[in-house]
Design a protein around this ligand. Structure first.
Ligand code: SF4
Ligand code: SF4
Length: 175
């Protein structure tokens, strides 16, 4: 068994003990016919609310009930394809955790990472890239994750989206 497989197995065993979803449903979501390996997909098929389980576990557990949609004070969550997805178009997420608290299947759970896993990308419209002065995104970032030369501290950023909403030339995309 590779170290990664061991890590993944530990992860989903812990998840199973924590959750009421059946082992069969979880394995259906986690193991793909094409890959016999015990890999848990980490990359997101769509932006998810913070506190989401790893993508495969999330897909297996989320039943699209909409409790998180109703719980979010900023209407940031919608259901697409019977799964919750996050949209930070008109407001930022303050990571309040109400979505995670409302989730009965534990697809979202307060014990999971307090992070939307989205990160800002700066386009050529950014004034700094045009040798003009601007510090709007740096100043608004609650995590102080953006440096004066637009380097992002990926570990410190939690994907809240404040920078994207503050940028008045729409130079920031969250990916
Ligand atoms: S953490 Fe709070 S603001 Fe963010 S998506 Fe969940 S309910 Fe909405
Ligand atoms: S850089 Fe700061 S403001 Fe932008 S998403 Fe990350 S934490 Fe939020």
């Amino acid at each position: 068994m590779t170290a990664m497989q061991g890590k993944n197995e530990q992860y989903y065993k812990a998840y199973l003990t924590y959750n009421r979803i059946s082992r069969r449903a979880l394995l259906r979501g986690v193991f793909h016919p094409a890959e016999q390996a015990t890999q848990i997909r980490e990359f997101r098929l769509a932006p998810r609310p913070p506190f989401a389980a790893a993508e495969d576990l999330f897909l297996a557990a989320c039943n699209g009930c909409g409790a998180c949609v109703a719980a979010c004070p900023y209407n940031l969550i919608r259901i697409s394809g019977q799964k919750a997805m996050l949209e930070l178009e008109y407001a930022a997420c303050d990571l309040c955790g109400k979505c995670a608290e409302s989730c009965s299947t534990h697809a979202l759970h307060p014990a999971f990472k307090k992070d939307t896993q989205l990160r800002p990308h700066f386009s050529e419209h950014c004034l700094l890239k045009q040798n003009q002065f601007c510090a709007v995104c740096q100043e608004i970032c609650p995590q102080q994750a953006i440096s004066a030369d637009l380097q992002l501290n990926h570990e410190v950023c939690n994907g809240c989206g404040e920078c994207k909403l503050a940028c008045f030339v729409s130079a920031i995309q969250l990916i």
